[in-house]
Design a protein around this ligand. Structure first.
Ligand code: AVJ
Length: 321
């Protein structure tokens, strides 16, 4: 009873932040929504489906690099490391890495979804019962969640940021984020980070317009979420999923295109949509190896080495603070 009561203000607080971000994003001339809101419980499940969709090569390719280079990666990290994973999700990727590390100090997953994190922690503890796990619920772009981790003593910290999540950030924001990672590390600590590489636009566009239409469902789910959580009345049939590669900006952009002029009410505020107008919901930046090394250097990291898949579509970088 007590827990239920005390959870109310927390939810209201989260909702008001969500509402503020949504109204701000949809209030401008170019409509946008922060991509972090794609990942509610259903969105996170749909994303897991994307990861196994045959046209979405990123997850599979990263796993291939992992399985073929795992012992080399573990050797590079060295013994006694505390692994910190911002945006850990289901923690699926980290398990083989943790298992390969020499006497790891522990594992700290950070995620905004408490449900996902809870399940992940249980799984990790089952697979690696001797490993110490400190889970943190929160937004990894906020320093608050990192502050709690500074109290865990360790000889070396390594931030693990796989999945090409860094691609979601505009280059300047990515630099700020990597700088903030560096600010939570000491000299000699590490960053193990996955990035999708620049490649043929046909391959890229197929990955974000998969033939099973999971990406379409994932994209549209953000409107469904706004309807459920913010008392809005989006008609999902009036929006279509659209993803394309913007070659000058080296990124795949994901949008929701309005099919017919109409207005929507969001928590009492009216928002007008014109036919053909889009809501920009996500960017996925693609990097060359050199381009990403430059980004690392600008952010306070020294590139140490990297591993690519055999077809050179994806890279796993190791850098030092
Ligand atoms: C989780 C951000 C890496 O950009 O490839 C997949 C998200 N969006 N399909 C990506 C995503 C549409 C994904 N990241």
């Amino acid at each position: 009873m007590k827990a239920a009561l005390s959870s109310v203000p927390e939810n209201q607080h989260q909702n008001s932040e969500f509402l503020r971000d949504v109204l701000k994003g949809l209030g401008g001339k170019r409509k946008t929504l922060p991509c972090k809101y794609l990942y509610d419980e259903l969105g996170s499940r749909l994303f897991e489906e994307i990861c196994v969709a045959k046209d979405y090569y990123l997850t599979r390719t990263e796993a291939e690099i992992f399985s073929s280079s795992l012992s080399e990666i573990a050797r590079e990290i060295g013994p006694g490391a505390l692994l910190v994973e911002p945006g850990a999700g289901n923690c699926e990727k980290v398990e083989p890495l943790l298992a390969a590390l020499e006497s790891p100090r522990g594992y700290c997953p950070i995620d905004i979804s408490p449900e996902i994190l809870q399940g992940a922690e249980l799984r990790i503890k089952k697979g690696l019962p001797d490993l110490q796990v400190w889970s943190e619920v929160g937004d990894f772009t906020q320093s608050m969640v990192w502050d709690k981790l500074t109290y865990i003593p360790s000889r070396k910290r390594v931030v693990f940021f796989p999945g090409s999540t860094i691609g979601n950030f505009e280059p300047l924001e990515a630099e700020r984020l990597l700088e903030s990672f560096a600010s939570n590390l000491s000299s000699g600590d590490g960053l193990l980070i996955g990035t999708d590489l620049v490649k043929d636009s046909v391959v890229l566009e197929r990955a974000y317009n998969d033939s099973d239409h999971v990406t379409e469902k994932f994209n549209l789910n953000i409107l469904h979420r706004i309807n459920c959580e913010l008392e809005a009345n989006f008609d999902l049939s009036l929006f279509a999923h659209r993803s394309f590669y913007h070659s000058l900006r080296h990124r795949v952009e994901m949008h929701l295109v309005c099919l017919k002029s109409h207005s929507v009410s969001i928590a009492g505020t009216r928002v007008d949509f014109l036919e053909g107008e889009t809501i920009h919901t996500e960017n996925s930046h693609k990097y060359s190896v050199d381009g990403f090394n430059r980004l690392l250097s600008r952010s306070g990291f020294e590139p140490v080495c990297r591993w690519l898949d055999s077809a050179e579509t994806y890279a796993m970088h190791y850098a030092q603070a």
